[in-house]
Design a binder for this molecule. Structure first.
Ligand code: ATP
Length: 134
C-alpha cells in the first residue's frame, strides 16, 4: 500500500519503478479513500497504542494506492525493500529503502507491507474481496 503521504507527495511512479526493478509484478491495484472504520479494523492490533488516534487520522488524510504484488518470497522481499517502520531511522540504516526515499518518521512512512503470508491473505481479502493461493 502506498499511504496518503506517498500518494500526495507524488512518489507513485518512483515506487512503481522500484517495484518492477525488484522483480515484482503488480497483479491488481486500486486507489481508495479509507474511512475511520476500515483503518481501525485494518490496524486493530494497534488499537491500544498511544499513537492509534493519530494513525487513524493519518491513514484517512487522503487516498491510498492498494496493490497486490506477486513474486517468489514476495512478503519478505517487499518488507526488505520498504525498510524499517521509522522512516527517519531508515534514512540512516537503509538509505536505499522506499521509506528512506519518501517517508518522514515512525508514523508517516509512506508505504505498508503485509508482515506474513497469512496477513497478506487477510489484507488482500479485506481490500480486494478475493483469496489468493500459495
Ligand atoms: P505497516 O503495518 O504499516 O507496514 P510496520 O509493520 O512497519 O508498518 P507496525 O508496527 O505494524 O509497523 O505499525 C503500523 C503503522 O503504525 C506504522 O507503519 C506507522 O504508520 C504507525 N506507527 C508504528 N509505530 C508508531 C509510533 N511509535 N508512532 C506513531 N506511529 C506509529
Amino acid at each position: 500500500m502506498i499511504k496518503p503521504d506517498g500518494l500526495s507527495g507524488n512518489y507513485t511512479d518512483r515506487i512503481k519503478n522500484l517495484i518492477s526493478d525488484s522483480g515484482f509484478t503488480i497483479c491488481k491495484e486500486r486507489i481508495i479513500q479509507l474511512d475511520e472504520e476500515s483503518v481501525m479494523s485494518f490496524y486493530a492490533e494497534h488499537s491500544s497504542r498511544s499513537f492509534f488516534g493519530s494513525l487513524v487520522k493519518y491513514m484517512t488524510s487522503g487516498p491510498v494506492l492498494l496493490m497486490i504484488l506477486e513474486k517468489e518470497n514476495a512478503v519478505a522481499d517487499w518488507r526488505a525493500l520498504i525498510g524499517p517502520t521509522d522512516a527517519s531511522k531508515a534514512k540512516v540504516t537503509h538509505p536505499h529503502s522506499i521509506r528512506a526515499l519518501c517517508g518522514l518518521d515512525s508514523e508517516k512512512n509512506c508505504v505498508h507491507g503485509s508482515d506474513s503470508p497469512q496477513s497478506a491473505q487477510r489484507e488482500i481479502s479485506f481490500f480486494f474481496e478475493e483469496k489468493i493461493s500459495g
